[in-house]
Design a protein around this ligand. Structure first.
Ligand SMILES: [Zn+2]
Length: 64
């Protein structure tokens, strides 16, 4: 899932946690706006394992 490409612009999709254990798959390209340019965004909400949540949190910390 992490390596999925945006169907609109081809960028690598990223996961943005929207609540505990749930993330929205979205395109990091601000000019693209996927999936908010779609009619249906519910299938972009995915369950995230605890271990992956920690991994994302670590990546965020190392980026800043
Ligand atoms: Zn895109």
């Amino acid at each position: 899932m992490m390596a999925d490409m945006c169907p609109d612009c081809g960028d690598f999709l990223t996961k943005c946690l929207i609540q505990q254990n749930y993330a929205m798959v979205l395109c990091p390209n601000l000019r693209c706006g996927y999936p908010f340019n779609q009619n249906e965004t519910s299938e972009n909400v995915v369950y995230v394992e605890e271990s992956e949540v920690l991994e994302v949190a670590k990546q965020r910390l190392s980026k800043s």
